[in-house]
Design a protein around this ligand. Structure first.
Ligand SMILES: O=C(O)Cc1cc(O)ccc1O
Ligand SMILES: [Fe+2]
Length: 461
């Protein structure tokens, strides 16, 4: 507990976390603050207010049901009426349609966006790149990026539209939430579920990253199938905050609420991080990607990228994701007589990719840390010409090879994205992206057949 006014205090280096994915957890910043035996005592310990936050409908099946109970100094409702934020934001979209976004099958790639000099916090530095569906209809997603250089001052953000999965690429995020504090570095990711209030401090100043927002569902760990009971992201490596609260009054504090892609503000005279104890399974959490335990080909062929799924947000159709978060971590490549980089392909799902550090195995140049690419549904893509030629030149004699110092990722969705105008018109968009494949030449050795079909199988055995 600290007794400071308004400004978010420095974070200790030894923040404590709880561990696990989907657990029922509890935490109290003052011993005895958590009611025992019931959620709603007439008078809560220390005179706290009891408040529930639900992440699923009350009647969602028990295995999907998410909610937490927060015991706080004042309830969230103690604020002045919501008003539209002026000036508005203008670059956040939560319902994608012909009036606000463009559909294109073209392969798109962006260079890393420069971080502005003008003071910009996480909220103002966030902009939508693409997405599909609608937060109003509780089905869809938005992919955002952010460039920022300044901590959020005397304000908290609350996203009524969906869950944020934030992938910082540059600069640490010190995040205060109603459940406690999280320190998130590039190489780690953090999930801030729908409705939680949070404030982001930027201890390193210039910061950049990616955000996947999902509407109407939440992230789960993927099933492991024949892999067995262990592997990929382990539940115990997901870290959840411990209770922490700010006690002093904060006159002029603002809650900024994203609701249907628009920003609203409400003033209050206290900081929303006033939760002394909590329990439940609806919580913010972080995960260090270096903990991921990859499985892969040990003899031949290139495995599908789903083998590297960290988190998946499902649809109602089994195996069809609203949004998968997939990584391409350092690992050994050992496949024999195999083209080891990603195969050329067209996917019925749409693939947005980002690069946290290093290079990406399918692109010799042009895809840079902090940059992005989008290969939409059925749009052909694969390794660039340089990667193809270099791989072929190595031939069958390539021994075991360790891919090091790299972390690329993909947000993959069954819904076709529409692109925001500012992303298409961005000076950071690479208009020559297609050139990386144009040089792929024919290596065909079958000229002697002169285009006639060879009668390999005549169909009459
Ligand atoms: O397109 C990409 O680079 C992502 C990707 C990687 C891979 O190893 C297989 C398929 C795939 O879409
Ligand atoms: Fe792909």
């Amino acid at each position: 507990m600290e007794n400071k006014t308004a400004k978010c205090p420095d974070f200790p280096t030894d923040l404590e976390y709880q561990s696990g994915f989907g657990n029922s957890l509890s935490s109290e910043a003052i011993a005895g603050a958590l009611p025992q035996g019931q959620n709603n005592p007439l008078i809560c310990p220390y005179g706290l207010y009891a408040e529930q936050i639900s992440g699923t409908s009350f009647t969602a099946p028990r295995k999907l049901n998410l909610r937490s109970w927060l015991y706080r100094i004042k309830p969230s409702v103690t604020h002045e009426p919501f008003k539209p934020r002026v000036p508005g934001h203008g670059k956040l979209v939560s319902e994608f349609n012909q009036s606000n976004t463009t559909a294109t099958p073209t392969q798109l790639r962006w260079k890393p966006v420069e971080i502005p000099d003008a003071p910009t916090d996480f909220i103002d530095g966030l902009y939508t790149v693409c997405g599909a569906g609608s937060s109003f209809l509780r089905h869809g997603y938005a992919i955002h990026m952010y460039t920022a250089n300044k901590s959020m001052d005397d304000c908290a953000f609350c996203n009524a539209d969906g869950d944020f999965l934030i992938v910082p690429q540059k600069g640490r995020l010190w995040i205060t939430t109603e459940c406690g504090r999280l320190q998130v570095s590039p190489g780690e990711v953090v999930v801030l579920p729908q409705g939680f209030r949070f404030a982001i401090n930027l201890p390193d100043g210039p910061s950049r990253g990616y955000v996947a927002e999902i509407f109407g569902t939440h992230f789960q760990l993927p099933d492991l199938g024949p892999i067995g009971a262990n592997g990929l992201a382990a539940p115990r490596d997901f870290l959840v905050p411990t209770a922490w609260f700010e006690q002093s009054s904060c006159p002029g504090y603002t809650v900024v609420q994203k609701f249907g892609g628009e920003l609203f503000i409400a003033r209050q005279d206290f900081c929303p991080f006033n939760v002394v104890a909590w329990h439940g399974n609806y919580v913010p959490y972080k995960y260090d990607l270096s903990k991921f335990c990859p499985y892969n080909t040990v003899l031949v062929d290139h495995g599908d990228p789903s083998i590297n799924t960290v988190l998946t947000a499902p649809t109602d159709k089994p195996g069809v994701a609203l949004l998968d978060f997939v990584i391409f971590p350092p690992r050994w490549l050992v496949a024999e007589h195999t083209f080891r980089p990603p195969y050329y392909h067209r996917n019925c799902m749409s693939e947005f990719m980002g690069l946290i550090n290093g290079g990406y195995e399918a692109k010799a140049d042009g895809f840079l840390p902090g940059g992005a690419s989008l290969h939409s549904c059925m749009t052909p893509h694969g390794p660039d010409t340089k990667t193809y030629e270099a791989t072929i030149a190595l031939g069958n004699e390539a021994g075991p090879h360790r891919i090091t110092d790299t972390m690329a990722f993909m947000f993959e969705s069954c819904l076709m994205p529409r692109i925001c105008p500012w992303a298409l018109e961005s000076p950071f968009m690479d208009p020559d992206y297609y050139q990386c494949w144009i040089g792929l030449r024919s290596h065909f050795t079958g000229e002697e057949t002169k285009g006639q079909s060879r009668d390999l199988h005549n169909g009459h055995n």
